[in-house]
Structures are given as structure tokens and as C-alpha cells.
Design a protein around this ligand. Structure first.
Ligand SMILES: *[C@@H]1O[C@H](CO)[C@@H](O)[C@H](O)[C@H]1NC(C)=O
Ligand SMILES: *[C@@H]1O[C@H](CO)[C@@H](O)[C@H](O)[C@H]1NC(C)=O
Ligand SMILES: *[C@@H]1O[C@H](CO)[C@@H](O)[C@H](O)[C@H]1NC(C)=O
Ligand SMILES: *[C@@H]1O[C@H](CO)[C@@H](O)[C@H](O)[C@H]1NC(C)=O
Ligand SMILES: *[C@@H]1O[C@H](CO)[C@@H](O)[C@H](O)[C@H]1NC(C)=O
Ligand SMILES: *[C@@H]1O[C@H](CO)[C@@H](O)[C@H](O)[C@H]1NC(C)=O
Ligand SMILES: *[C@@H]1O[C@H](CO)[C@@H](O)[C@H](O)[C@H]1NC(C)=O
Length: 392
């Protein structure tokens, strides 16, 4: 597989192993999602996600080493609630002021309207995506997908993105600077890398993502954040962590469903108000995100929340960029305030909430690249420059 990839890169006139041995190693590790020994880079670890819970300027909290501890969750929720979940007095962004003088670009962490929840999936597409979407569609619910453009050179995944977009789900982008360290790159290189990813997605859906979720780094990368902001992208965090990286059961005390239920309960118990949420799941077969979908929707429905697209969450009628290279924001027919905008969900039928007897995890854990190994180069024909720029 690695050999095929390298061959592909050679074709693309980019050296695969020679210039950066880590790239090759990282790839093979990434593509081998079939077993559980994912590298720490790939497996979304709890401790890797804390900062994105938002660091409000009033909060003195440092990112914590253990995000699964319920105390931490509570504290984070409290702070987020105060800042974001009160429709009458709320801000919908987090203006974070790190120790430096530079103000951080705002990061969306809640909706503008109480009772709304924008469910997000990061870092797909994967072999789980189409099934996740099927389950969402069964409930006539829309979700938000922050895609990793690196996967979209595989035709199957590219089509998944197009189908999801056409079905009215919201498309954003994840971004991760190579080696997780921007100091190796010039501003221009980072800019080109970001734009290359956005152009790839634009190729598929004719508009460019505007909303971006950054991959975790131990310290927020203010430079990358600032560059994204300058290019017209808007950062999206979250205030409800589904913990799908550790919660793999569909229902029960340690399930994703329970995380949602507990969060809603805590919110109402503390504030006597619903608040609003942007939740996060990982669109990766190894997490519990897939089996959880109907159960998650059930919890949302029970809690009296409305599932919304991010544009509905933020009241943003222009949730895309006209093109990757443009700073002009545009809407499409699915956008908030447009004809085909849809929010809300249907109740889940009881028969969809039967927990399947636990079979071998292999059921869902297909190799991420099983389907794609033979098809990497199709997009190369479409836009070679995009490809080159995204592996500078
Ligand atoms: C994280 O916190 C939970 C609950 O407080 C605890 O049970 C668990 O051992 C902690 N994990 C680590 C790695 O510290
Ligand atoms: C939660 O907040 C309380 C009060 O601010 C603090 O005493 C406690 O240590 C916090 N817990 C965690 C896990 O941060
Ligand atoms: C918003 O917050 C204020 C002050 O905390 C509170 O008095 C008010 O009831 C809250 N409104 C809602 C809708 O929760
Ligand atoms: C909330 O977001 C909207 C854009 O969706 C923006 O116009 C408004 O200023 C924001 N409000 C606050 C308080 O940040
Ligand atoms: C996207 O996938 C590539 C591998 O194809 C990986 O190197 C990169 O870190 C991923 N980006 C994000 C944001 O997860
Ligand atoms: C990035 O790399 C530089 C040079 O190797 C190093 O000095 C710096 O500490 C690294 N930064 C992070 C956040 O890893
Ligand atoms: C939504 O559309 C109506 C009617 O076209 C318009 O008056 C309103 O300003 C729009 N709202 C937003 C947030 O764009």
C-alpha cells in the first residue's frame, strides 16, 4: 500500500519518502485502521482534545491532562454555559486572549438560539461516513462534517462528500499543519497548504469551506489560527464532547448517548435553561460514533433539542466561501434562510434503538483505505496543482 502511495506521489512529482521519512511512516500507519494499535497521532485521545472546549478569556483554566474526568467536564460546561448558552445574554464566540498581546481569532462554540444543537463530525470521510449519514437521514436530521481533504483524492471518499453535500448536510474542513508544528513552514507555505485543502473540497461541491476545525496541538497554534482568519476562514470549536474515542457502547451508562443525556440534564439542572451546543464526534470507524447515531438523536429528541446545521446554529446565511481563494462568503440552496434549509429531526422508532449483540468490531472497522487503494489518482487528472500544493 505504501508503495502504491509512493508511486502515486512520484507520479505527482512529489517525493514521498525521500524528503520526509515521517510522511511515509505516517501514511502507512494511517491507512492501517483495521486494528486497534493506532498511533497516538491518529487515535483521538481524550487529553488531546481539551483545549478545543474553548478557553474563555474569563476562565483561568489551563488545558487539563485528563478530559474524561467528569469534574473537568462539569467545569468546562459551566464556563461554556455562562458564556455561550444563554440566549438572552450570550455571545456565540470565544474571544480568547492568550498570554501574548495578539488576540486570538474568535472560535464558535455554541449556537445563537437556545435549544439548538449542531452535531459535528471531524476528520472524515471514512468507511463509517456513509452509514452515519444514512442513520441521520433516517431521522431527517442534518449534521456537520469537517472533512480532511487529504482523503478526497480517493474517488469513493470524494463521492461520499458530494452525496453528503447534496443531501443537505453541512460541509466544513479540518486542518492540521504538517508535523503539527508551523515553525517549519513559512506563512506562504501554510497559506498555500490551507488553500490547497480548501480547493480540493471546492472541486467537489463548487463552494469552498468557510468553517474550519483545527486538529489539536498541545499549545494552540496562534500563527495558523491567524492565517486561517486572514484567509476568511472561521474556526469552530465545541462545547459538548461526545467522548466517542472512549465510549463505544451504543447505550447504557458509558455510552455516547449517556454523555448527551448527562450534559443536557446538567445544563437544565444548573441553569433551568436548555442552552445550546456544538457537539463533536470523530468520523473514524474506530470510535463509537457510528453505532451511536440513532441513540444520540434519541437523546437529543428526548431533551427537546433541535438538530441544526452550523449555519442555522450561527444564523449565517452565507456559510461558505465563494472559492478557496476568495474572501467573499456565499450561501447555497441548503443554507440558513434559503429554500432547502432544514433543521430538526424525527423521533427515532423504538425498533431502531435495539442494541445489536456485540459482534466482532470488524463489522464496522474496515480498513479506511480498502476501497481506495486502487483509485488514488483520479483527481490528479482534475487538478494537479491542488495536489501538489497540498503536499508541499
Ligand atoms: C481520568 O479521570 C478519570 C475520572 O476522574 C479517572 O478514572 C482516570 O483514571 C483518569 N485517567 C487518567 C489517564 O488520568
Ligand atoms: C472544578 O472547579 C472547582 C471550582 O472552581 C475546582 O475546585 C476544581 O478543582 C475543578 N475541578 C477540576 C477537575 O478542574
Ligand atoms: C440568562 O442569564 C441571565 C443571567 O445569568 C438569567 O437571569 C436569565 O434567566 C438567563 N436567560 C435564559 C433564557 O436562560
Ligand atoms: C454572533 O454571530 C453572528 C454571526 O452569526 C455575529 O453577527 C454576531 O455579532 C455574533 N454575536 C456575538 C455577540 O458575538
Ligand atoms: C488528514 O489526513 C492526513 C493523511 O492522509 C493526515 O496526515 C492529516 O494529519 C489529517 N488531517 C487532519 C486534520 O486530521
Ligand atoms: C517546533 O519545532 C521547533 C524547531 O524544531 C521547536 O523549537 C519548537 O519547540 C517546536 N514547537 C512545537 C510546538 O512543537
Ligand atoms: C432571512 O430572510 C429574510 C427574508 O428574505 C430577511 O429579511 C432576513 O434578514 C434574513 N435573515 C438573515 C439572518 O439573513
Amino acid at each position: 500500500m505504501l508503495r502504491k502511495l509512493c508511486l502515486f506521489y512520484v507520479v505527482a512529482a512529489v517525493t514521498c519518502l525521500a524528503s520526509d521519512p515521517n510522511t511515509g511512516a505516517g501514511k502507512s500507519e494511517l491507512l492501517d485502521l483495521s486494528n486497534s494499535d493506532l498511533g497516538p497521532d491518529m487515535l483521538p485521545l481524550a487529553e488531546n482534545l481539551v483545549w478545543q472546549q474553548s478557553e474563555p478569556s474569563v476562565g483561568k483554566e489551563k488545558p487539563m491532562a485528563n478530559a474524561t474526568g467528569s469534574d473537568h467536564k462539569k467545569n468546562t460546561t459551566l464556563i461554556d454555559d455562562k458564556l455561550h448558552n444563554n440566549a438572552t445574554s450570550s455571545t456565540n464566540t470565544t474571544e480568547t486572549k492568550p498570554s501574548g498581546t495578539q488576540a486570538r481569532p474568535p472560535q464558535m462554540t455554541g449556537c445563537r438560539t437556545q435549544g439548538q444543537i449542531a452535531v459535528t463530525y471531524s476528520e472524515g470521510p471514512s468507511d463509517a461516513t456513509a452509514k452515519i449519514v444514512k442513520n441521520l437521514n433516517n431521522a431527517d436530521a442534518r449534521a456537520n462534517f469537517f472533512f480532511n481533504a487529504s482523503w478526497l483524492y480517493t474517488q469513493q471518499y470524494a463521492m461520499v462528500v458530494q452525496n453528503i453535500y447534496q443531501a443537505g448536510h453541512f460541509v466544513g474542513m479540518t486542518y492540521r499543519v504538517k508535523n503539527d508544528n508551523s515553525s517549519f513552514w513559512t506563512d506562504d507555505e501554510i497559506r498555500e497548504d490551507i488553500l490547497g485543502h480548501a480547493r480540493t473540497i471546492e472541486t467537489l461541491i463548487n463552494v469552498s469551506p468557510k468553517y474550519v476545525r483545527l486538529h489539536y496541538t498541545p499549545e494552540p497554534d496562534l500563527r495558523v489560527e491567524a492565517i486561517l482568519h486572514d484567509l476568511g476562514f472561521v474556526l469552530v470549536g465545541y462545547n459538548l464532547d461526545s467522548q466517542d474515542y472512549s465510549h463505544k457502547e451504543a447505550a447504557g451508562p458509558n455510552s455516547i448517548q449517556d454523555v448527551y443525556r448527562q450534559t443536557f440534564f446538567h445544563q437544565k439542572d444548573t441553569y433551568d435553561a436548555k442552552g445550546s451546543f456544538i457537539s463533536i464526534q470523530y468520523d473514524i470507524p474506530d470510535t463509537g460514533a457510528l453505532v451511536a447515531v440513532p441513540f444520540m438523536i434519541d437523546a437529543i429528541n428526548d431533551g427537546g433539542y433541535t438538530m441544526v446545521r452550523l449555519d442555522g446554529c450561527l444564523n449565517d446565511p452565507t456559510p461558505y466561501k465563494k472559492s478557496a481563494d476568495s474572501k467573499e462568503y456565499v450561501g447555497d440552496r441548503f443554507s440558513f434562510n434559503s429554500s432547502d434549509y432544514h433543521q430538526g429531526q424525527k423521533a427515532i422508532a423504538p425498533e431502531a434503538l435495539v442494541v445489536e449483540p456485540k459482534e466482532d468490531d470488524g463489522m464496522f472497522i474496515k480498513k479506511k483505505n480498502d476501497a481506495g487503494a486502487s483509485s488514488v489518482s483520479w483527481l490528479l487528472l482534475v487538478s494537479p496543482m491542488v495536489l501538489l500544493s497540498s503536499f508541499f
